[in-house]
Every structure is written in C-alpha cells, then in structure tokens.
Unconditional design. Sequence first.
Length: 122
Amino acid sequence: MLDPERLQALPQLPREKGEPVFAEPWQAQAFALAVKLSEQGHFTWKEWAAALANELKVAASRGEPDDGSHYYDHWLAALEHLAKVKGLVDSAALATRKEAWADAYRSTPHGVPVKLAPGSGG
C-alpha cells in the first residue's frame, strides 16, 4: 500500500475506501511505475506531485472537465514528462515505443492481451 502521506500529496486521485482505483490495468501499471521510479530516487514524490498538478492545470486551461474521467491520462503525461526531464528516456525513443504500442493494439483482436513484437520500438 502507498504511504498515506504520499496519497495526500496527489491532487484529485480517484479513490475508493481511501485507496486508489483503476478502471484499466494500464492505469495501475502507470501508478506503480511512478511509485517505483520515485522510490528508486529518479525523482522525489514532491516533484511527482508537482508534475501531475501541472498536467491537471494544463488540462483545466484547455477546458477539460474535472470529472476524473481522464485522470490517469494526465498521470501518464506527467510520468512521460518526468522521464524525459530526468533523462530516463529520450523523446525519440518514447515516440517510437508509443507508436509500436499503437500499432500493436490496433492489430490485436478485442479481448486478447496486446503484445509487442520483438524489435518493435524498443
């Protein structure tokens, strides 16, 4: 379980019974990746919370509704931003990997786990 103090530092995290909730497996994976990268010292939790708050602020400035429906999209955007800023991934490699995933899920039948082919974008 995530430290309650860390949970409090996160703006508008969707919760149920005090714990984060996820509508899709990728959301839990993005959540876990952010926690792990912070625990490994790649960024502080304060930096993480600030990056997420910034993504939410940018979304609000675009007029996106604050209904939580895109919360983990913003979570992922903040994670990608920090990964680039901290030198964990470069923009070209990230773009290549994202395109490989997009190709993979477009060609995967509904209900079947998406898998990247060897050598497809990293």
